[in-house]
Design a protein around this ligand. Structure first.
Ligand SMILES: O=C(O)CCCC[C@@H]1SC[C@@H]2NC(=O)N[C@@H]21
Length: 246
């Protein structure tokens, strides 16, 4: 079960690193969770850093044994994003969205991010180390970040981040248990129903050039199908930037 056991750590470099070390020492069972009060070298996607002021936010890693093949890894990413969105929508309402591939959004602002690292045994997918950073009690963000938002900014209230992290685990668990049961199509349809800018015109940037595009689909591989001037571009992570307009 995701969230059991649930470990609360005082200070770590990164909960993903901590969980990875636990996996390597053989101390982990499927569903183990690691929550940090303070994380001083948090890792974001594509080599970026993830900053989170001590005690304010959800800083959580769960370790799971995926019931699918490594070649289907986007389906796990979508499952986790859906679980995180289910959780966040409970508190922030139905303007909660997923920004491709797996950012947690509220309206057009980023409320959280997900970093999944894989542990292979030979060519087998042994574990996924699923790290989640979700902005909970931050009253205001420093300048320089593109478009962050916290649950406190949305609701006007302070929350117990630890209790929320445990609640998040139960939402992840529900989605994760469904993963072997739902069809790929049903999973992707649900993912697209929550997708930020799906079938809407939006502003994008590629190779230094701005253009208007429409997200038409996301493939089982995770490739984004973005329409530009009537043609469909198949894009991987990092190939296109979403430009904020408001
Ligand atoms: O860049 C992103 O959007 C992904 C951010 C993921 C941050 C979380 S915080 C808990 C876990 N530990 C890390 O070092 N990173 C992830």
């Amino acid at each position: 079960m995701i969230g059991s056991p649930f470990h609360v750590l005082a200070v770590v470099d990164s909960t993903n690193n901590y969980a990875m070390a636990e996996v390597n020492s053989g101390n982990v069972t499927n569903g183990s969770a690691y929550f940090a009060m303070e994380q001083f070298a948090g890792k974001g996607q594509r080599g970026k850093q993830w900053h989170s002021p001590p005690g304010e936010n959800i800083v959580l890693t769960v370790v799971v044994q995926p019931p699918i093949k490594l070649s289907q890894q986007f389906l796990l990413s979508a499952t986790i994003a859906l679980g995180a969105a289910d959780f966040f929508a409970k508190y922030a309402g139905d303007e909660t969205k997923i920004k491709w591939p797996n950012d947690l959004y509220w309206r057009d602002r980023k409320a959280g991010g997900i970093l999944i690292e894989n542990v292979l045994r030979g060519s087998q997918w042994q574990y996924a180390i699923v790290g989640m950073g979700i902005n909970i009690n931050v009253p205001q963000f420093p300048g320089g970040l593109v478009n962050p938002v916290s649950l406190r900014q949305i609701t006007g209230k302070e929350w117990d981040s630890l209790a929320l992290a445990q609640d998040l685990c139960s939402f992840l668990d529900r989605r994760f248990n469904d993963l072997p049961l739902v069809s790929e199509k049903a999973l992707l349809d649900e993912y697209k129903s929550k997708l930020f800018r799906y079938q809407e015109t939006g502003l994008y940037k590629m190779d230094g050039e701005f253009f208007s595009g429409i997200i038409r689909d996301v493939l089982p591989s995770g490739l984004l199908q973005l329409e530009r001037d009537g043609k469909i571009l198949s894009l991987g992570v990092g190939e296109v930037e979403f430009v904020k307009t408001s």
